[in-house]
Design a protein around this ligand. Structure first.
Ligand code: PSU
Ligand code: MN
Length: 307
């Protein structure tokens, strides 16, 4: 086998869906390996796939297994992956290493976009994208997710950038990189655990069809890069603002004290915030992923119907 085919393993059910022009929704795997503890991670990963199916689309969880970018994991693969201890968190720079050495890899938003594009999928649901970290003017910690959004043609549905980030700076970088930030039924950028941030999105969209039309138009024009859809967490699952702010501040302070940096930052902060909120932030995180998967399925259906 040569070239790309050597590294890409598309599950037969995904291939079939693509051949028949059915809507497919890509799902990431760093959220499984590094974003949530076991066993909630496996419960979330399987439930989100069921939700996509219920919406009439086909789910394709993407991860690196045995030297291949696997597009569409089986139930057994999801279960084994969720329990594995030696998984590498992979963004663009890690992909060639994990694949060449045959190491298991969780794909971040950025790396999942790469996998999705290679397989021909254009819609992807996650929790929250990475962005510009607080203190980035000194640390230069800006998520590779933003770079990927600027170059890879995938529609990413998220609940906003994670509230642990510097949201105004994240929006500035997205603007510079030409990534439209769309608010689903909102003018305000959602902040992951909460529905509000005090910041505006670029454009409000009221239907999945409008979002699909923006994606199609961007790509028809040959404008490279993604479209970012921000979908607020449902009211009933949103975290209260003030305690959340405090938990985030506290988590950031302990990350600083412990010298956490680079790719460890986001997993550390998510885990710390979970502990500080007595597990409530994890419940919110799971619910916002479900909400995003539902919307992504509708967008994928609209794109597929007009292909
Ligand atoms: N969304 C979640 N939980 C997560 C992530 C997203 O609800 O753990 C992951 C995604 O894989 C995203 C990564 O790409 O966090 C961002 O990591 P970093 O800040 O190091 O780029
Ligand atoms: Mn980073």
């Amino acid at each position: 086998m040569e070239g790309l085919a050597k590294y890409l393993d598309i599950a037969p059910y995904v291939k079939e869906a693509l051949a028949q022009g059915k809507p497919v929704v890509a799902l990431e795997s760093t959220i499984i390996s590094h974003g949530m503890p076991y066993p909630q991670n496996v419960e979330m990963a399987l439930a989100v796939e069921d939700l996509v199916r219920q919406e009439g689309a086909v789910p394709a969880t993407i991860a690196l297994l045995e030297g291949k970018i696997k597009i569409g994991l089986s139930r057994q693969e999801v279960e084994a992956f969720a329990k594995a201890k030696n998984v590498i968190k992979c963004s663009r720079r890690d992909l060639p290493v994990a694949l060449a050495l045959g190491l298991p890899g969780g794909t971040t938003v950025g790396a999942t976009m790469i996998g999705a594009k290679l397989a021909g999928l254009s819609v992807f649901a996650t929790g929250g994208i990475g962005g510009v970290h607080r203190g980035a003017p000194e640390t230069f910690d800006i998520s590779a997710d933003l770079e990927e959004l600027s170059r890879t043609n995938v529609c990413v549905v998220c609940a906003g950038a994670k509230a642990i980030l510097d949201l105004p700076l994240t929006l500035e970088v997205l603007e510079t990189k030409g990534v439209p930030v769309l608010g689903y039924q909102t003018e305000e950028l959602p902040a992951f655990y909460t529905r509000t941030s005090g910041l505006r999105v670029d454009y409000r969209m009221d239907s999945p069809e409008e979002i699909a039309a923006v994606c199609r138009t961007k790509w028809d024009l040959g404008l490279e890069g993604g479209v970012l859809v921000t979908n607020p967490i449902p009211e009933e699952y949103a975290m209260p603002e003030e305690p959340m702010k405090k938990a985030i501040e506290e988590a950031l302070a302990s990350a600083h004290e412990e010298g956490i940096h680079g790719k460890e930052s986001t997993p550390y902060l998510l885990a710390k915030i979970k502990d500080l909120t007595g597990g409530a932030s994890l419940d919110a995180n799971i619910q916002l992923v479900y909400n995003n998967a539902r919307l992504a399925s509708k967008i994928a259906k609209s794109l597929a119907s007009q292909a």
